[in-house]
Design a protein around this ligand. Structure first.
Ligand code: FPP
Length: 274
């Protein structure tokens, strides 16, 4: 049972948004491209790093809302393989913010039954970051509630290439025939294996780009772009994205009427607009 009061007290704009949602038709998996930290800071004449620091509050609010709504999975794009091109000081600050976040929040994640997972090349990160992450992974491994994915050192193309390479090696070793290189086999070798594909992709700060994020998994995702900069993103904006999502008619390549027969094979098994 979703406890609405824990998400938004009665009489608030958030509660109005929440009451307008069909709680039976929430997305199972929401992915977020957190963007606009730098611009948020610049507007305040602060260093960029302060934008990232303020972004942590938005991370906390988003994870909390997703867990309270009993979503199955939330994936936040924290650091792409392209982000290594940023100034070394900014990269170092991002990594230490990440460590600080996990150290501070781990207890609360466990208490709220939130399982944490890294999506990306963990082994390419600094050893001290890896240690903190591995500690978080182990501490939350038995949690059964929200799956909280952090995309770190992540590239959608590299993820697909890695999966293709793994399948090619199996074919070369005679463990699999070329005909057995199917969509399902490839999906099972992605970092997100076993998790439903995102039904909703949110991007903050108004940019209309995918930025190499979950390229395979977002095949049928609805996309919600908000002008809000990530550090300002709160429960209200999350609920607005969910309301927008519920206004869409998801067709999975079919036509509206066919939906009553259920989604096509392989399409995410949710949300037929009424
Ligand atoms: C994009 O803003 C944001 C990032 C590249 C990093 C996001 C990271 C955090 C909020 C902190 C750590 C994350 C977790 C999950 C604890 P930008 O710098 O590209 O902004 P701009 O486009 O305005 O310059």
């Amino acid at each position: 049972m979703i406890d609405k009061d824990s998400i938004a007290p009665t009489g608030t704009p958030e509660r109005t948004l929440l009451d307008g949602l069909d709680l039976e038709r929430l997305p199972r998996h929401v992915a977020v491209i957190m963007d606009g930290n730098g611009r948020w800071a610049r507007r305040r004449r602060l260093p960029r790093v302060e934008g990232h620091r303020a972004g942590i509050d938005a991370v906390r609010a988003t994870v909390e809302t997703a867990a309270r709504l009993h979503l199955q999975a939330l994936t936040l794009y924290a650091f792409s393989t392209e982000n290594w091109k940023r100034p070394a000081l900014e990269v170092a600050a991002l990594m230490s913010l990440l460590k600080e976040y996990l150290r501070r929040e781990l207890r609360s994640l466990v208490k709220n039954d939130i399982r944490f997972r890294v999506v990306g090349r963990l082994e390419g990160l600094d050893p001290s970051v890896q240690r903190t992450l591995r500690h978080g992974l182990a501490a939350t491994a038995e949690c059964k509630g929200l799956l909280f994915n952090i995309a770190l050192n992540y590239s959608g193309r590299a993820e697909i290439a890695d999966a293709a390479r793994a399948l090619a090696a199996e074919v070369a070793a005679g463990k699999r025939t070329p005909e057995e290189v199917t969509e399902e086999a490839l999906a099972a070798r992605l970092y997100t294996a076993g998790t439903p594909d995102p039904d909703l992709l949110i991007r903050t700060s108004g940019e209309m780009r995918i930025s190499n994020f979950l390229l395979w998994q977002i095949a049928y995702a609805e996309i919600h772009v908000t002008p809000v900069f990530w550090p300002d993103f709160r429960c209200r904006h999350f609920l607005e994205a969910l309301a927008d999502f519920q206004r869409r008619e998801r067709r999975y390549g079919g036509v509206g009427e066919e939906l009553s027969a259920g989604p096509a094979d392989g399409a995410p098994q949710v949300l037929i607009s009424r």
